[in-house]
Design a protein around this ligand. Structure first.
Ligand code: M1P
Length: 267
């Protein structure tokens, strides 16, 4: 019997340049060369809208068998959104957690409004004290399973985004902010992860990309290959890359992802 294999891809930096669209030739390669050989899926930190934009439109749910947005808090399988049964998921890995529901879980239910507001207020206060070369708008994006926090603001231009990334490498704006949040909220139960160029994600511990493996486990794959670029500690591919349920592939960029696929499948 042939093995049942899935290739699961991070999006930014693995299939596309950060927040850019996939190269149509690479998409064609994935659809025409790889998909006949194995199942293909996406797991992104971003919300579904952004993943769809970068992956040539909303029919991405027809082209990829599995799409896990926000690390799998939002889940599409074979063209349909699946509801997430937190009862069974929590039974798998947080036996004592009483915050389970049937249906879509979200961060406000999980953390509670009171704590969440204290956290958001602290973030806004902290951001008001730092001076950057430029600041734009949308500093906090409230998503289903995470807060995405951007010191420069999400609606900066591509040029400002690229410049912030360089500035942040020198000044460690995001790292310092994460340290301040950890110090202020030692017991909130959040994990912080720097997945892209201008922001970081804050989400309940366990709601990292390994969250999506809970959906894949019942599917009976013999091998789950994960491809990601941010596999270092603190990067948002770290946990899933190191998980014993996956075979991790560290990539440098989309071209490298294609090269590694060609080598792996003799294409
Ligand atoms: O998918 C990686 C990251 O992509 C975006 O990051 P940034 O805008 O900083 O480049 C965000 O959607 C982030 O949540 C996500 O982890």
């Amino acid at each position: 019997m042939p093995k049942k294999i899935i290739c699961l891809f991070d999006v930014d930096g693995t299939l596309t340049k950060p927040r850019n669209d996939i190269d149509p030739r690479f998409e064609l390669f994935l659809q025409q060369k790889l998909k006949p050989l194995c199942a293909i899926g996406l797991v992104g930190g971003s919300d579904f809208k952004k993943i769809a934009e970068q992956m040539c439109g909303e029919d991405v749910i027809e082209r990829y068998q599995y799409i896990f947005s926000e690390n799998g808090l939002v889940y599409h399988k074979n063209g349909k959104e699946e509801s997430i049964n937190m009862f069974s998921i929590h039974n798998l890995y947080i036996l004592s957690d009483i915050y389970f529901i049937l249906g879509r879980e979200n961060i406000q239910k999980h953390i509670g409004e009171d704590k969440l507001q204290k956290f958001i207020n602290f973030v806004l206060g902290y951001l008001s004290t730092i001076v950057l070369p430029v600041k734009r708008g949308t500093f906090i994006e409230f998503r289903t399973g995470m807060l995405n926090i951007s010191p420069i603001g999400r609606n900066c231009s591509q040029k400002e985004r690229d410049e912030f990334e360089i500035y942040d490498k020198q000044e460690k704006i995001r790292e310092k902010m994460i340290e301040a949040l950890k110090k202020e909220f030692p017991d909130i139960g959040f994990t912080y992860s720097i997945g892209g160029q201008i922001s970081f994600d804050a989400f309940p511990t366990g709601w990292d990309k390994t969250f999506c493996l809970n959906h894949l486990e019942p599917e009976g794959f013999d091998e789950i290959h994960f491809f990601g670029d941010k596999v270092y500690k603190g990067g948002n591919d770290y946990e899933i890359f190191n998980d014993s349920r996956t075979i991790g592939h560290k990539v440098l960029n989309p071209q490298d992802t294609q090269r590694q696929l060609e080598a792996l499948f003799n294409l």
